[in-house]
Design a binder for this molecule. Sequence first.
Ligand code: FAD
Ligand code: DHB
Length: 396
Amino acid sequence: MTALRTQVAIIGAGPAGMFLAHMLRQAGIDAVVIERRDRAYVEGRVRAGVLEQVTVDLMHRLGLADRLVREGLVHDGTKLALDGEPFRIDLAGLTGGATVTVYGQQEVMRDLFDAAEAAGLTTVWNAADVTLDGMDGPCPVVSWRDAGGARSLTCDYVVGCDGFHGVSRHAIPAGILRTFERAYPFGWLGILADVPPADHELIYANHERGFALASMRSATRSRYYIQCGLDGDIAAWPDDRFWDELCLRLGPDAGGRVIRGASFEKTIAPLRSFVAEPMRWGRLFLAGDAAHIVPPTGAKGMNLAVSDVTMLGDALAEHYRDGSSAGIDGYSRRALARVWKAERFSWWFTSVTHRFPTMDGFDRRIQMAELEYIRSSPAAQRVLAENYVGLPLEVA
Ligand code: FAD
Ligand code: DHB
């Protein structure tokens, strides 16, 4: 058994873990990231596509924004469609100039990993059987096995950034942890294809047959999603069937502009809302998907992971610099205040854009009335816009 020592142990090398590692390095705090998979696997996962200003700001602050500035697509508006009729939400005009940036999570991870290698951040890959001990005492220990054998890492603090299926959250005793959950009776079938996008902005479409989303990664790469059943049968969705269904749901205007091509990625993701409280127990903190999940409709998942670690990174820096515990003591309350508002928005946006199996004619008319109201009311559009671009870091 090799015994190691650091100030902060970070479990998981996803967006939460790697952004936090860079923040701690900038503050002169020693940290080790422990990841179950290898770099290629983490970087290869096709996930989020829309960055809020909070995320863009942190990339600038960490000196990681060169490629983002060159290649990111800044969007000052987004579109909604009801039964094929699109209308635009002027995000910038309704929020005093706020925008979102389309830049894939894969690109974010590549920038984080390249900079981590250049800076010599310590990352342990392929760590098996990660175990957390002594989180409620003065010297927590993280243990695992890797190619070099069994390891144990003693530290001041542990941050669980290991996603929804990680181990960290389960280290909090059942009598302390409270969880809140909603599972949705459908999933998203997503594809990537090297074809120009149908529109220069995103289109969130509510159609009688179900939800569809037109997104992109660049001027030559499109990302499209359609709501699907949860049976997980990808084979039932050959490309032709996907394109036909997508075009139908987007309607004649946008659907007519869809350029078809061979998909090179096709996956089904379930939709879930989930929050675990508190986000700190003793010397263990939780951040990102380890503590909360949102359905992807609001494009909030990765952005919430970043807002958590922005708060936590600054609080830990203050703690090591000044000896103050105010920031780390307030972390769970501050983070959860923002998390719940993003949970509400993601749940609401999902409810008004998707077809639920239990929906009857009344439910459908209410949904249509809500979207018609948004189309006609600047006040309703403003509520949507200020949530979509991302609420400020401090919301309570
Ligand atoms: P993760 O990205 O999950 O990273 C956690 C890391 O911890 C992983 O690298 C994992 O390998 C590692 N890990 C897990 N267990 C252990 C362990 N026991 N020991 C060590 N390491 C461990 N968001 C959007 O905004 N838009 C989308 O379209 C979208 N699509 C998504 C599709 C899928 C299938 C999923 C799962 C998520 C999607 N999200 C989307 C959400 C977004 O990708 C996440 O919110 C974001 O990745 C959260 O970052 P994180 O660092 O908290 O967690
Ligand atoms: C993408 C994903 C989302 O969940 C969303 O709301 C917008 C865009 C994307 O992958 O491009």
